[in-house]
Design a binder for this molecule. Structure first.
Ligand code: ADP
Length: 387
């Protein structure tokens, strides 16, 4: 796993994400359970601060992975429409909060079913969209999608650009733009949070994917960032129209399932994580049993049938993979119970790697209540299990 290169200590992803997981999870419980206006406001501040902290940490970990040559491009089949819609939904709230118009101008004939690393592409588009919104005070942000065929029938060049009517970048700064920790100070960007890592990571990701990134910008008028990335066509189908439904504002939490007759086993060596999951799933009334290590997990799995097992990966002594092997043995009453790995390992292709190892699915930390409920809905069959 990745280390913070350049620092004396070597810190693993999970060592950083585990406490953040606890902070964000516990805070989600406060937001749900508190009736006190001032407490809710404090908790909202904690939520937004921990979101930014997580963003910064993810950037630093990504950069160190890239620099140590450990960042891999993991291609898979994906839908360009889903990818673009996700990116737009992610940014839509922030754009409308600043009264910026978000315009999507996509060539309808762009092939929709592609083969490539959609996780990295998502990260690239998200980074330049986020910057456009951050550094624009009025006007609009336009996301453009174009394409060219490249050589034989299957290969295309995907061209994504983001144009804004923001503060712009001077010619002198354009040259430094893609370096690490470069931020430009001027009157206009005072008070805008950032680390100066976003574009450095974006450029490296684009290059890992054999693409190009560039910028046109006029100070005071706006900027246009473009990326050109080779992708392959996986199946027939065109992009068509992209619709983003405006997000519903601050929806109050409502549980998506109530299943008092179902039982799950949650395994994590960090006790506060067990508390977070118990708290997040409280309203579903599902029966929750916990184990604080691999050995306890195996013992419980051989004694009682569960509907789902949520299993942490990194644990001392018997880790998640070892426990999984025991659970999946014929003699175990839970050998066909879905086992979902909980992990702080968030590299592209992680899901595929875990499924290859025999897990049924994958949840990355920090897990939200919604992710957990969606996962349970997916694996808990509607009809009552006979035991
Ligand atoms: P961060 O936004 O965290 O500071 P980035 O690496 O994403 O870091 O960007 C580096 C710098 O480039 C920013 O600090 C900002 O000065 C400038 N910049 C990036 N995108 C834009 C944009 N769309 N308009 C104006 N300036 C930008």
């Amino acid at each position: 796993s990745a280390c913070l290169v350049g620092s004396e200590m070597c810190i693993r992803d999970s060592e950083i994400r585990t406490p953040i997981n606890a902070i964000m999870g516990m805070n989600e419980l406060i937001l749900r359970e508190s009736k006190e206006a001032s407490t809710i406001e404090y908790a909202q501040n904690i939520a937004s601060a921990s979101e930014s902290l997580l963003g910064i940490i993810n950037d630093i970990l990504d950069l160190s992975k890239i620099e140590s040559g450990k960042m891999e491009v993991v291609p898979a089949n994906y839908s360009l429409r889903t990818l673009i819609t996700d990116c737009c939904k992610m940014i839509e709230g922030r754009a409308s909060a600043k009264k910026l118009e978000l315009i999507i101008d996509a060539d309808k004939t762009t092939p929709c079913n592609l083969y490539g690393d959609d996780v990295r592409l998502h990260q690239i588009i998200t980074n330049i969209l986020t910057n456009a919104v951050k550094y624009t005070h009025e006007g609009s942000v336009t996301l453009r999608i174009r394409w060219k065929s490249a050589g034989d029938g299957k290969k295309i060049l995907l061209i994504v650009s983001v144009e804004d009517t923001g503060i712009g970048i001077s010619d002198e700064n354009k040259e430094k733009l893609f370096g690490s920790f470069e931020r430009f100070d001027n009157e206009k960007n005072k008070g805008i949070e950032g680390t100066g890592l976003g574009l450095a990571i974006t450029k490296q990701l684009v290059e890992l994917m054999d693409g190009n990134i560039g910028v046109y910008s006029t100070i005071g008028k706006g900027s246009l960032f473009y990326v050109e990335i080779p992708q392959e066509i996986a199946a027939l189908g065109e992009l068509g129209d992209i619709n983003i439904n405006k997000r519903t504002q601050n929806t109050v939490y409502k549980e998506k399932l109530v299943v008092p007759d179902k039982r799950i086993l949650v395994v994590d060596d960090v006790k506060v994580n067990l508390k977070v999951i118990e708290g997040l799933l409280k309203k579903t009334q599902i029966q929750i049993e916990t184990a604080d290590g691999g050995a306890k997990c195996i013992e419980k799995a051989y004694n009682k049938k569960y509907d789902v097992i949520l299993l942490d990966h990194m644990m001392p002594e018997i880790d998640g993979e070892d426990a999984l092997k025991e659970i999946k043995k014929e003699g175990c009453i839970n050998h066909d119970t879905p086992v979902i790995v909980l992990t702080a390992y968030v590299m592209a292709g992680a899901r595929e790697k875990y499924i290859e190892k025999g897990f049924d699915d994958y949840l990355s930390k920090p897990v939200s209540g919604e992710d957990l409920e969606d996962m349970l809905i997916k694996y808990i069959k509607k009809e009552k299990n006979d035991e």
